[in-house]
Structure formats: structure tokens, C-alpha cells
Design a protein around this ligand. Structure first.
Ligand code: KIV
Length: 272
């Protein structure tokens, strides 16, 4: 079913603001390379996130911490080459914005200049407000990220649901308002109670994009490897798998191996 708002030829930060006002849900997915980004863009995805989850799903690291700015820019360049319509957001990786706002701005500018992406995303609330203000003042749109912030995994120790106690929920509500005041154009809410995400979403004029944050967010985001069933080890409650690609690829590749071994591939029509 297509929504009239989806007729937007190109999605910009203004478009997703209009979607919030119109009550049209915003779709977002991660991508890290040209080929998948091309499919997602052509399918009508509103936002493609070049997430630092590339550290996990592309490079095989246990956390998002090791990925570098150069590596994020490489992934972003590949995704941008596929761009026709979707808004492209790129994560500033761990270590490239936390120390001070000058470094944060320099990282954001490198991403924008070298990849051609449209916006950046960074994690955290009050502690990163100065950096967000500086980046926004330089003309770079910023997406915030609250709740479960994977770059801080060593501080929290687990990937469990965040803000289940009132003090944490209160901080998150305040942080969301601070991010909005600082000029963020949207905020990802990761793994928090649905009731809290609803309250935050209703308190903001900018859109919220949820992952494990319930149905009342203005949009939803999933990691492509999770929703396509490429990553079979990750089965949190919030994940809906739309394909079992790991199984399908396994079957196809086993068939190919067998065809090669049995001299069934290539056949006469598959050669010159
Ligand atoms: O890096 C990422 O994939 C993300 C999403 C989980 C929102 O930040």
C-alpha cells in the first residue's frame, strides 16, 4: 500500500519532518555497500543509515567500537554511489566526536566532504550537545541516538532494555528535548520501553525512529543483516525477520558446489 507522501522524489530532512506532521511512518534500514543500497533505495526506503554496526556485520567485530572514520567513509562512499531517492545518514564512529566539539565538527565535515552523504548521526544526550550544536551550525544535519547506545557498551556492560527505571527515563526525556533544541532533525530511540518512546515522541516536534522502542515512534529502523535473516545469531524480541537469507544462500551455494563437482556447471549454453 503506498502512502501519498511516499511520492516524494527525493527524501530530505525536510521531507521526514513533513512525514511526521502528516502522520506517515518513516522507514529506515542500514546499508554498507553499493549493491544493497541500490536495492533499498529503489524499493522506496526513506532513510538509509550507514551504521557503525558495519563494525559487527561487515567486519566481524564484537562491538561497534573498533571501526574507524576512514572505514565509515569508505562504506558511506559505496552507499552514496547508489543514491537516487533515500536520505543517507552516516554514523560518526566511536572516538571521533566524544573528546571535544572541534573534533566532532572535523569528523562530520570529513564524512560530508569525502562521502557525499546528507547527514550524520551520533550517540548520546547532554554530554554531546556542544558537538551537535557546532555541527548543526556548520550546516550539517544531525540525527541523535538515545536509549541503548552501543558505543557505550563498556559503561553499561549489557545490551538489555534501557531506561526502565524512572531516573534513567527522566534523563532520556530531558536528553531528547536537549537534542531537539540543539537542532537535531530526528532521534533514534533504541531498546527502551514502548510507553517511554510514545511519551518522548509526543513531546517532540522532530521525528523519532525506533528500534526495539515500540509502534508509536514516527519511524522504524532495522539492521539489514537482521531483517534479511543473514545474521542468524541475533534474535531479540523486537526483530522481525522478513527473509531467511542465510538458509537460502547456503542452499544455493551448496548446489553450486555440487554442480561444479559433478561437472553439471557450466553446461553447453553457459560457455563460449
Ligand atoms: O549502527 C547502527 O546500525 C545503528 C542502528 C541500530 C540504529 O545505529
Amino acid at each position: 500500500m503506498s502512502h501519498p507522501e511516499s511520492a516524494y522524489k527525493k527524501v530530505t530532512t525536510h521531507t521526514i519532518q513533513k512525514m511526521k506532521i502528516a502522520g506517515e511512518k518513516i522507514s529506515m534500514i542500514t546499508a554498507y555497500d553499493y549493491s544493497f543500497a541500490k536495492i533499498f533505495d529503489a524499493a522506496g526506503m526513506d532513510i538509509i543509515l550507514v551504521g557503525d554496526s558495519a563494525s559487527n556485520v561487515m567486519a566481524g567485530h564484537v562491538t561497534t567500537l573498533p571501526i574507524t572514520l576512514d572505514q565509515m567513509i569508505y562504506h558511506a562512499q559505496s552507499v552514496v554511489r547508489a543514491h537516487q531517492r533515500s536520505l543517507i545518514v552516516v554514523d560518526i564512529p566511536f572516538g571521533y566526536y566524544q573528546s571535544n566539539s572541534e573534533i566532532a565538527l572535523a569528523s562530520a565535515i570529513r564524512i560530508m566532504k569525502e562521502s557525499g552523504a546528507h547527514t550524520v548521526k551520533l550517540e548520546g544526550g547532554e554530554e554531546v550537545i556542544d558537538s551537535i550544536k557546532k555541527i548543526v551550525r556548520a550546516g550539517v544535519p544531525v540525527m541523535g541516538h538515545l536509549g541503548l547506545t552501543p558505543q557505550s557498551i563498556n559503561k553499561f556492560g549489557t545490551y538489555t532494555v534501557r531506561a526502565t527505571v524512572e531516573a534513567e527515563a527522566e534523563k532520556l526525556r530531558n536528553d531528547a528535548l536537549l537534542l531537539q533544541e540543539a537542532g537535531c532533525f530526528a532521534i533514534v530511540l533504541e531498546k527502551i520501553p514502548a510507553s517511554l518512546a510514545k511519551t518522548v515522541t509526543e513531546s517532540l516536534s522532530i521525528p523519532t525512529i525506533g528500534i526495539g522502542a515500540g509502534a508509536d515512534c514516527d519511524g522504524q529502523v532495522l539492521v539489514m543483516h537482521d531483517l534479511l535473516g543473514i545474521n542468524t545469531d541475533f534474535t531479540p524480541r523486537f526483530l522481525r525477520k522478513y527473509l531467511n537469507l542465510e538458509e537460502q544462500i547456503n542452499t544455493a551455494v551448496k548446489q553450486y558446489i555440487q554442480d561444479v563437482k559433478t561437472k553439471n556447471f557450466p553446461n553447453e549454453t553457459e560457455q563460449y
